[in-house]
Design a protein around this ligand. Structure first.
Ligand SMILES: Cc1cc2nc3c(=O)[nH]c(=O)nc-3n(C[C@H](O)[C@H](O)[C@H](O)COP(=O)(O)OP(=O)(O)OC[C@H]3O[C@@H](n4cnc5c(N)ncnc54)[C@H](O)[C@@H]3O)c2cc1C
Length: 447
C-alpha cells in the first residue's frame, strides 16, 4: 500500500473514531432503559448539549500532540480543525439552554448563579458557559486584545478545563440520562479520559522531557536577524525526524511551566540525534536565544508535522516557495536531498527584503552545487543592477517559473513564509490549476 493511501485510510479511521466518540452520548440517550419521556424540544436541547460537550472534551485529545492522530493530517490541519470545531461546539452548547428558555421549560432567572433559588446544576452550567465564552473570545481575538501568547496559552488551558469540568458536573447534577449504572459508567469513562489527558499533557509529557534533556552545542548568528541553535542529546539517543518537521522547545525554564515554542528543524536527520533550529529574533523568547551558552540545558518535544518531502517519495520534482525565516524547513529538506544524492529537479523561489538578509543563503548556494537545484531570489530591495526577480512572490513570478509542463508533472510544492505571502501563493497556485493535494503549507502562526 503506498504512503498516500495509507495516510488517507488512517485519516478516515480517526475521523470515524472522532464521530463515534462525539455521538456516543446521544446514542446512549436513546438506548433503553430510558427515563420517562419529555418534550421533544427538551430532548433536542439535551442531545445538542451532549454532542457539544463531547466535542469540547475531545479537544484535549486533539491538542495533546498524539503523533498517531496528527500523522495523517499534519499539525497545521489539526489546529485548524481544533479552531473550527470549537466554534461549532460553542454554538451547540449555546443552543442547549436557549431551547429550554424559549418554551419556558426553565425560567431565565435560573441563570442568576447568586440567587439561593438557583440549583447547583444550573450554577455549574452557567459557570461552564461563561468559561467557554471567555475561551472563544480570547482565542478569536487574542491579537486585537493584545494578550501575550504565553499568558494566553495558560488562560486557554485553565478556561478549557473549567468549561469541560463544570459541564460534566452539570450532567451529573441533572442526573437524567445517567439513570442506570452502565450509563453512569460511560460518563465516568468520559471524565476519566478527560482527567487522564490532562495528566498526560501536564505531568507525564513534561516528566518525559525532563528525563531526556538536550545540551546546547553552538549558537551561531545568521543573516536576517536569526540565530542557529545546535543541540545534542544529553545521555540519550534523541529522536529521528523527517526533514521539514518541527519540534517544541523549552529553554530558560522547566518543561512543567508550559512555556514552549515551536521551531522547524533546519538540519537534516543524520542519525546522531543532533538538532539544529534557525530562529528569528521576534519577541520575548526568540530575542533570548543568543543568551544560550554551550552546555545549557534545553528540552525538545518532537518531531511533529507533515511538511516533509519524505511523505511524497513518488514525486518527480519538488518546488519550494519560501519567504523570510520560512526558509528553515526548506533548508532541512534540501540538506536531506543532498545527503541522499537525490537527482530529482528542484526549484526554490525564495523571497526576502534584500540579498544580505536572506537567512541561510550561503548554505543554499553551497547546496546548489550538490543538487539539481534552481534558486530564484525575489527581492523587495534588490541591489543596483539586479537582473533577477523584484518585489513580492506574485502570480506573475510563479507563472514565469512554474511552467505548464511542471503543472502536469508529479510536482509537490512546499510553501512556508509570512502568512500574507502564503495566502497569496496558495491562491495563485489554485488559479494556475495545481491540485490542492500537491500543495503543502507550514504556517509559523498557530493562533
Ligand atoms: C510549526 C511552526 C514552526 C516554526 N518554525 C520556526 C522557525 O524555524 N524559525 C523561527 O524563527 N520561527 C519559527 N516559528 C515561529 C516561532 O514559533 C515564533 O516566532 C515564536 O514562538 C515567537 O515567540 P516570541 O516569544 O519570541 O515572540 P512573541 O512576540 O511572544 O510572539 C510572536 C508571535 O509568535 C507566535 N507565538 C509566540 N509564542 C508561541 C508559541 N509558544 N507557540 C506558537 N506560537 C507562538 C504568536 O502568534 C505570537 O503572536 C514556527 C512556528 C510554528 C507554528
Amino acid at each position: 500500500m503506498n504512503n498516500r493511501l495509507k495516510r488517507i485510510l488512517q485519516g478516515i479511521f480517526w475521523i470515524l473514531v472522532y464521530l463515534f466518540l462525539t455521538l456516543l452520548p446521544v446514542m446512549v440517550m436513546f438506548l433503553p432503559p430510558r427515563p420517562p419521556g419529555r418534550e421533544f424540544i427538551r430532548e433536542l436541547s439535551v442531545a445538542l448539549g451532549f454532542v457539544g460537550l463531547a466535542m469540547m472534551a475531545l479537544q484535549f485529545a486533539l491538542t495533546a500532540r498524539f503523533k498517531t492522530i496528527k500523522a495523517p493530517y499534519g499539525a497545521d490541519v489539526v489546529y485548524q480543525f481544533h479552531r473550527q470545531i470549537s466554534i461549532l461546539a460553542f454554538v451547540l452548547i449555546l443552543i442547549h439552554p436557549i431551547l429550554l428558555f424559549v418554551p419556558q421549560i426553565h425560567p431565565i432567572s435560573i441563570l442568576n448563579i447568586f440567587s439561593p433559588e438557583t440549583p447547583w446544576r444550573a450554577r455549574f452550567a452557567v459557570t461552564s458557559l461563561l468559561a467557554l465564552c471567555g475561551l472563544i473570545v480570547m482565542a478569536l481575538w487574542r491579537k486585537p486584545l493584545k494578550i501575550e501568547y504565553t499568558r494566553w496559552r495558560i488562560w486557554h488551558g485553565v478556561l478549557a478545563t473549567a468549561a469541560v469540568a463544570f459541564a460534566m458536573l452539570h450532567v451529573l447534577g441533572v442526573n437524567w440520562y445517567i439513570n442506570v449504572p452502565w450509563k453512569r459508567l460511560l460518563w465516568a469513562g468520559y471524565s476519566i479520559f478527560f482527567v487522564g489527558l490532562l495528566l498526560y499533557t501536564r505531568v507525564w509529557k513534561p516528566w518525559q522531557l525532563l528525563r531526556t534533556p538536550y545540551r546546547v552545542q553552538e549558537v551561531k548568528p545568521e543573516r536576517g536577524g536569526c540565530w542557529s541553535l545546535v543541540l545534542q542529546p544529553d545521555n540519550h539517543a534523541g529522536f529521528d525526524f523527517q526533514p521539514g518537521q518541527f519540534a517544541w522547545i523549552t529553554a530558560f525554564s522547566s518543561p512543567f511551566k508550559d512555556a514552549e515554542h515551536p521551531f522547524s528543524f533546519s538540519n537534516a536527520p543524520a542519525g546522531d540525534g543532533r538538532l539544529r533550529f534557525t530562529i528569528k529574533e521576534l519577541g520575548d523568547f526568540t530575542r533570548r536565544i543568543k543568551e544560550l551558552k554551550p552546555g545549557d540545558v534545553v528540552y525538545v518535544d518532537g518531531p511533529y508535522g507533515a511538511f516533509s518531502i519524505d511523505r511524497h517519495p513518488h514525486a518527480k520534482e519538488f518546488v519550494f516557495i519560501a519567504g523570510g525565516v520560512g526558509i528553515t524547513p526548506v533548508v532541512s529538506m534540501l540538506h536531506a536531498l543532498a545527503q541522499r544524492n537525490d537527482p530529482r529537479p528542484l526549484l526554490l523561489i525564495y523571497g526576502g527584503r534584500d540579498l544580505e538578509s536572506l537567512t541561510l543563503r550561503d548554505e543554499i548556494e553551497e547546496l546548489q552545487g550538490r543538487l539539481n537545484l534552481k534558486v530564484v531570489y525575489v527581492l523587495e530591495n534588490p541591489p543596483e543592477g539586479w537582473q533577477g526577480e523584484k518585489g513580492y512572490i506574485t502570480r506573475e513570478v510563479l507563472d514565469r517559473w512554474l511552467l505548464p509542463e511542471r503543472r502536469k508533472n508529479q510536482t509537490e510544492i512546499f510553501i512556508c513564509g509570512p502568512i500574507p505571502m502564503m495566502n497569496a501563493v496558495e491562491d495563485a497556485l489554485a488559479r494556475m490549476g495545481f491540485f490542492a493535494g500537491d500543495v503543502h503549507s507550514e504556517r509559523f502562526d498557530l493562533v
